[in-house]
Design a protein around this ligand. Structure first.
Ligand SMILES: Cc1cc2nc3c(=O)[nH]c(=O)nc-3n(C[C@H](O)[C@H](O)[C@H](O)COP(=O)(O)OP(=O)(O)OC[C@H]3O[C@@H](n4cnc5c(N)ncnc54)[C@H](O)[C@@H]3O)c2cc1C
Length: 432
């Protein structure tokens, strides 16, 4: 399941004491970490742990699906650090890396501020989400890392360094998969808080989406299309207010009722629909912060293609529908604006992201997922770094245009490979 899972991690003598007796996994239980996990409670402890470790990597809220954080040394679980959110007069917010987007959003809204977008769940840490190029949806909305103005990180020598987006290395270092340091604080751009309504257009024809994807993805500020590749789809349209919304979308009718779920298997945890206006942070994510997001018993994968290829890419996956459906909980189509960040999956191209929530089975991972990867290869599909995939360095080199430059940059920042791992080497993100 992607190179990180194949890493052969071994702890090193001299590393800080591990947590004893606990099995440490990712959120969905798809990956068991081999490295011992320590939980620093302040930044000084992070610096000490980095200085004393031969190899070390950061762990956020563990919502990745491929062991990306795995280290041949120790893992620093940052969730015991104190959250701190400082809303500043210059329109930015300074936030500690382990803070969740949910906690950040509540505080911003209290101060009359908002973010440009959110992912499907508010439970993820800001540092972890930025590190992997996490995104929401919206034709004009970039990945969450595009809001980052600067980060403060603990480098391989245990020193605190600030990286600004406008620095020479900035575009290479913001989405870095944890491979240049432990980010402890970020400064994000904000905007005045705003209201959003969420409407669901049910039983849309998937053929109509293939025919005119832009008509659907452009129907609101942030649009998600859910399908099980059975010819039908639901479009979740989140519209920034004030705005009028149409009663129909490519023949599908707007549902006036808020139904608390996505499929039969994902129920009781979604944000309010039915057109009721609400604050941005209670409509842009699909999942409520007070509930378990998604299904929980799952594997996720996602691939980014050029939006110019959206119709053809959707058709290519739709053609696999009968072969992959039994392994699938649901798929989701979203759009992301192109950006300049080297390892963002939307680097340099406005993108369609094709997502799969799989059943947590070996067959889904080993049989169904490769079918999708084969079908999307001709579109130079880039995987979400934090989700399951089988792409190795050679294929990633082909589809991620700045990978070699990023690798050289990361090697320069961390010449001893303190933040490297066999998994990152397998992805071509680090050279050793
Ligand atoms: C239910 C569910 C829904 C999801 N929805 C979306 C979605 O809508 N959009 C999307 O793009 N993704 C989505 N994801 C994936 C998830 O957002 C990303 O995997 C994200 O990276 C999770 O952040 P985290 O803090 O849990 O990261 P972790 O899994 O803890 O870490 C991920 C990577 O970031 C590094 N890292 C973490 N914190 C730091 C830090 N402080 N400094 C340096 N490196 C760090 C780690 O070393 C690791 O390499 C979803 C996942 C789940 C489980």
């Amino acid at each position: 399941m992607g190179a990180p899972c194949q890493s052969d991690a071994v702890g090193h003598q001299g590393d800080p004491s591990p947590t004893v007796g606990a099995v440490e996994t990712d959120w969905a239980g798809t990956y068991v970490f081999r490295a011992p996990v320590v939980r620093p409670t302040d930044v000084e402890a992070v610096r000490t742990a980095v200085r004393e470790a031969t190899h070390v990597r950061a762990l956020g809220t563990r919502h990745t699906f491929n062991g990306l954080a795995e280290s041949p040394g120790v893992l620093l679980d940052l969730t015991a650090l104190p959250d701190d959110v400082q809303v500043r007069d210059d329109g930015t917010v300074s936030v500690t890396a382990e803070t969740t987007y949910g906690a950040l959003a509540r505080e911003l809204h209290r101060h009359g501020r908002g973010l440009h977008n959110l992912g499907s769940l508010p439970h993820i840490s800001v540092g972890g989400a930025v590190a992997t190029g996490t995104h929401g949806s919206g034709d004009a909305l970039g990945v969450l890392a595009t809001a980052v103005r600067e980060v403060e990180l603990v480098d391989a020598d245990g020193e605190l360094r600030t990286v600004r987006r406008d620095d020479a290395d900035g575009a290479g270092l913001l989405v870095a998969l944890g491979s240049v340091g432990v980010v402890v604080r970020l400064v994000l751009e904000t905007q005045p808080t705003y209201e959003v309504r969420q409407d669901v257009y049910r039983d849309l024809s998937l053929a109509a989406v293939v025919e005119d994807p832009a008509a659907v993805t452009g129907a609101g500020t942030s649009v998600s299309v859910f399908t099980r590749w059975d010819g039908r789809a639901d479009a979740w349209v989140k519209t920034r207010l004030p705005a009028d919304v149409p009663d129909t979308l490519l023949g599908a009718r707007r549902d006036p009722v808020s139904r608390d779920g996505i499929t039969d298997e994902i129920q009781g945890n979604v944000t309010e629909q039915g057109g009721a206006p609400g604050p941005w942070h209670e409509r842009l994510p699909h999942f409520r912060h007070d509930a378990t997001p998604s299904n929980g018993d799952e594997i996720q994968s996602e691939f980014f293609v050029d939006r110019a290829d959206a119709g053809a890419a959707i058709a290519a996956v739709a053609a696999l529908g009968d072969r992959i459906r039994e392994h699938l909980v649901v798929s989701e189509l979203r759009t992301v604006a192109g950006d300049e960040l080297w390892l963002s999956a939307a680097h340099g191209r406005d993108s369609l992201a094709v997502h799969f929530t799989w059943r947590k089975t070996a067959a889904a991972r080993d049989d169904a997922l490769p079918l999708v990867e084969d079908a999307l290869r001709e579109f130079r599909a880039r995987p979400h770094w934090g989700k399951a995939h089988h792409l190795g360095a050679a294929e990633l080199e082909r589809v991620v245009p700045r990978l070699a430059e990023a690798r050289a940059l990361f090697d320069r920042w961390d010449p001893r490979g303190v933040f490297s791992s066999p998994g990152l080497v397998g992805l071509g993100v680090r050279s050793s």
